[in-house]
Design a binder for this molecule. Sequence first.
Ligand SMILES: NC(=O)c1ccc[n+]([C@@H]2O[C@H](COP(=O)([O-])OP(=O)(O)OC[C@H]3O[C@@H](n4cnc5c(N)ncnc54)[C@H](O)[C@@H]3O)[C@@H](O)[C@H]2O)c1
Ligand SMILES: [Zn+2]
Length: 381
Amino acid sequence: MYQIDQTFTMTHAFPVCFDRDTLAPENSLLTDILQRAGEGPHRVLPVIDQNVLESHPDLVERLQFYAEIHNEVLELIEPPLIVRGGEISKSDPVEVDEFYQRTQTQNIDRHSFALVIGGGAVIDAIGYAAATAHRGIRLIRMPTTVLAQNDAGIGVKNAVNYRGRKNYLGTFAAPFAVINDFDFLSTLPKRDRVSGIAEAVKVSLIRDGEFFNWLYDNRQALAQFSQEETEHMITRCAELHLAHIRTSGDPFEQGSARPLDFGHWCAHRLEELSASELRHGEAVAIGIALDSLYSHLKGMIDAKTLGRIRDTLEGVGFRLTHRALESLDIHKALEDFREHLGGRLCITLLTREGAAQEVNEIDHQTMEQCRQHLLEGAWPN
Ligand SMILES: NC(=O)c1ccc[n+]([C@@H]2O[C@H](COP(=O)([O-])OP(=O)(O)OC[C@H]3O[C@@H](n4cnc5c(N)ncnc54)[C@H](O)[C@@H]3O)[C@@H](O)[C@H]2O)c1
Ligand SMILES: [Zn+2]
């Protein structure tokens, strides 16, 4: 027997910046980031969510002008790749393939950059494409939705859907940098403004009771998309997600525990059952409601806490029921989630505002009761 115990560690480091007007000629954030890779000029392929471009029609011109002014650091690869926005970019292989084609035809190598500007879906799809082309092209993300700025765009995961299964193909890959430019949010449709708040409610409930209390107190301002409150919500939510990835000891999720997936076992299934008619955040809000109801019926949280969770979610603008719940097969959804985790079932439940507990078994009958409560909109008092 001959054995070599191969061990090495690798540090992943990337800045997550909160900014405005990033492409103003005098703003040096993007060039400073590029220079972390050396002097330059660095070749950068912009990949832009079509809906973002439609809402910001001068975006390409602004990028071109920025590159012209900073040509010693940034060489734009033209034309930018414009991709369809929303879940279709993850469900249909077209966007990923277009990215691969560009890397081939324009000689984009592992020292080049992709700069993806878009919602969480485009960021996920292009993140997957960038992580797999040449085994990894440097990626700078500019998330443009609430959900992408407070969760989807800041972490180390990417994915596309495969044969109707959400996030079936994906990799763990840290970006080179993330720039959350708040100015993009002004053009978001109301539905997408609200949707991203679900991830803040989620992470507050499992990690930070004070933040949950703040969300409860400010639910009306958040529903109206008041700028100051929205930006605080995004920043705090991002901080909590980043702290978890940094300190949990399992950034690439090798264990079964998935605390940040509170409310997600059912959310992913509802997204599938609704054929993506439900936004991710909308499905997560229903998933939080379901698992909070379950936590309550199991005596883990009191009625007051449950009421405050409901008031927060409904107060910011979520509907906590959807016809997709009618066809939710609890047994199958839990089994698929267990398989996705790759071992034991591990579901996060609440013990109070800001504290969670993992359980390895779910009482299907009680969960079924929770599903009925949501379908009927009648919660226990
Ligand atoms: N990788 C992760 O860690 C992670 C975490 C959470 C969620 N996700 C994924 O993120 C996706 C959801 O992201 P999302 O909520 O950002 O939705 P989305 O990407 O579908 O965007 C919603 C809609 O808004 C449009 N849009 C984006 N920015 C805009 C802007 N500034 N102005 C106008 N329109 C704009 C998009 O084109 C789309 O039509 C899901 O696929 C989910 O699975 C990934
Ligand atoms: Zn989520």
